[in-house]
Design a protein around this ligand. Structure first.
Ligand code: G6P
Length: 605
């Protein structure tokens, strides 16, 4: 949710480094972008509505040679996406980029208006910038760290700031609260950035800035200060993701690349697990209830977890949307385990939910992809999904790696409860040995996915139907399609459709129906027939090859997928849904990796 990068350079043109960094941060928002450059003793601002490429085109007409620069790619919260509202903002002597939301900006704005300050934009960020400038003007000794700290005492909300003052043009000051910010270190200059992807082309060395810490960054030095403005030493970290992992590597889209990475990611995760089954120090079997809390697809992964925990380990689970969980009455007891799932580890609502769960005394486990992210650092125990960087806004490998970890936790809980029999364990282990090939085979069926996409691409709306675990997969399949193809779809528990929504089925309405659970197969097929009788165009996805001769009675297109043990089946079943969404979005000419209005890392409420 907004990406920021600042660079103070020894030799390179800071403008080029910042623009390159912004491109890697574009997944955080892409409705406008801007850069402030320090050149020949003054600040210049360049802004453009739209993606970084538009800003880049604009900069191509300018001769810029910047020693220091700060840049921003925006996901609008306050004020429409236009040039005036784009960052950086500049008031008086202060130029600033911001990621987050200033909650008391109206209060601060009224105060500043009374003091004669005027505003150009509708943003909360310009208010923060003006407020810092106000404190700066009042300050006698012009100690910048003191100025920022005093201003931040009054600024409520979440923020990561990178700031340049006019009288210190080659220094970037940075601070953060509840929005991520790292400080990158290199021999050629130093950075402030929303995350490591922005700087990996230049360095993998960084410092994690904590809440209420301050950084003073120049081209040859970085100083970090704590809340009391005492200089502190910080651990230098080394990112283990490489710059090439952030490239498309020959794929047309990041999403397709990430879909194709799933067989490797999943098989690695399970193999590591079987090499060290006791890697988790928390004994899940000690808990009577589990709350799984997350947003978006991570929440859908949690729903698979619920199904598996309840069915296999007999532990009741409630799956909660983080933005709801954080404000509801907490019924946490000492025997409640809270599992937070987040690919980015920075989702604001999930982070807040984690903090609330901890405040109420719950033991917390985080399932996270981004190493060192806030959620991973604050949870009692973190299990990494090791999926590598996920760039496409619509998650694929992030989601499946979360599902895989949940399956392993279920196995873990069963083992702890002494209910994991050897036959199930051996079956899972045997299938894991082949999972890479099985998943690759399902992915490698693009003709079929193209056929399905052609059948649905011009429709107004469609349905996904399934029962049990297939219903939870329908939710994710439907979300994927909506996110990237902008088609309206609804996921329904197959037995629920006739309680109202079946009225929307008419001649040719596509229904993507999934039936992988043998015990529910006939029931699901009956529900599909109810839609078929009303004119539905049925795309049937199943692992049941015993009913082949009857498919024609109710299905227009059939996609058979491999049958594996129930604990692993969701990992197989979701792949066609990802690929149907992908091919449909492609045919509809959508911007697959950067769907409109979305951002990957939602660091505001
Ligand atoms: C956004 C993304 C989704 C993601 C959700 C949760 O909405 O577009 O793809 O599932 O955030 O993100 P997280 O990083 O917490 O898994």
């Amino acid at each position: 949710m907004c990406g920021i990068i600042g660079y103070s350079s020894k030799k390179k043109n800071a403008k080029d480094v910042v623009i390159a960094g912004l491109k890697n941060l574009e997944y955080r928002g892409y409705d406008s972008a801007g850069i402030a450059t320090s050149e020949n003793g003054k600040i210049n601002l360049y802004k453009a509505k739209g993606k970084i490429a538009v800003l880049e085109d604009k900069l191509n007409n300018e001769v810029i040679n910047a020693s220091t620069a700060i840049g921003h790619t925006r996901w609008a919260t306050h004020g429409e996406p236009n040039e005036t509202n784009a960052h950086p903002h500049r008031v008086g002597n202060v130029t600033l980029v911001h990621n987050g939301i200033i909650e008391n900006y109206i209060e601060l704005k009224n105060f500043l208006l009374k003091n004669g300050v005027t505003f150009n934009s509708s943003t909360d960020t310009e208010v923060a910038c003006a407020y810092i400038n106000y404190i700066y003007q009042k300050s006698e000794n012009k100690n910048k760290l003191q100025v920022i700290s005093t201003a931040c005492d009054e600024i409520r909300g979440s923020y990561a700031f990178s700031i340049i003052f006019d009288d210190e043009l080659d220094t970037i000051y940075a601070t953060r609260k509840d929005s991520p910010l790292i400080i990158g270190l290199s021999d050629d200059g130093n950075f402030a950035a929303s995350d490591i992807s922005a700087i990996l082309d230049y360095t993998n060395k960084y410092i994690l800035l904590e809440h209420d810490e301050f950084a003073k960054i120049t081209c040859d030095d970085v100083e970090i200060y704590n809340k009391n403005l005492e200089k502190i030493d910080k651990e230098i970290m080394f990112a283990n993701w490489s710059a090439t992992e952030y490239k498309k590597n020959g794929y047309e889209h990041f999403m397709l690349k990430e879909i194709n990475e799933q067989p490797e990611v999943i098989s690695k995760l399970f193999n590591n697990y079987f090499e060290n089954e006791d890697y988790l120090s928390i004994n899940i079997a000690d808990y009577d209830t589990i709350h799984i809390v997350a947003c978006g697809s991570a929440m859908h992964a949690g729903m698979i977890g619920k199904y598996l925990f309840e069915n296999f380990a007999s532990i009741p689970v409630s799956v909660e949307i983080a933005s709801e969980y954080r404000y509801k009455k907490q019924l946490i007891t000492p025997s409640t385990l809270v599992i937070i799932i987040s690919q980015s580890g920075e989702t604001a609502d999930s982070l807040a939910a984690l903090r609330i769960a901890k405040e109420h005394g719950a033991k917390t486990i985080a399932i996270v992809n981004v190493v060192g992210s806030s959620i991973s650092r604050e949870a009692d125990e973190t299990i990494y999904t090791y999926a590598g960087p996920e760039i496409a806004v619509a998650t694929t490998k992030g989601y499946t790696s979360q599902v895989a970890i949940l399956s392993m936790l279920v196995l873990n809980a069963m083992k702890q409860k002494n209910i994991l029999d050897d036959s199930l364990k051996n079956k899972v282990q045997e299938e894991i040995g082949k999972i890479k090939e099985v998943l690759s085979k399902v992915i490698d069926n693009s003709e079929k996915y193209i056929k399905i996409a052609s059948a649905i691409k011009d429709k107004e709306h469609l349905f996904f139907l399934g029962r049990g675990i297939d219903y939870t997969l329908c939710l994710e399949g439907s979300l994927k399609l909506k996110e990237i193809s902008y088609m309206h779809s609804e996921a329904y528990a197959a037995g629920e459709l006739k309680h109202g929504t079946i009225s929307l089925i008419e001649e040719g309405t596509p229904v993507i129906a999934i039936a992988t659970d043998k015990t529910l197969y006939e029931k699901t097929v009956s529900n599909i027939k109810e839609t078929k009788a009303r004119g539905a165009y049925v795309i049937f996805i199943t692992n049941n090859d015993e009913d082949v001769e009857n498919y024609n009675d109710f299905a227009d297109i059939v996609l058979t997928i491999p049958k594996v043990t129930e604990l692993l089946q969701p990992l197989v079943t979701i792949l066609p849904l990802q690929l149907i969404a992908y091919e449909t979005a492609k045919m509809r000419g959508c911007d697959i990796d950067k769907p409109k209005n979305l951002a990957k890392s939602v660091t505001v409420e």
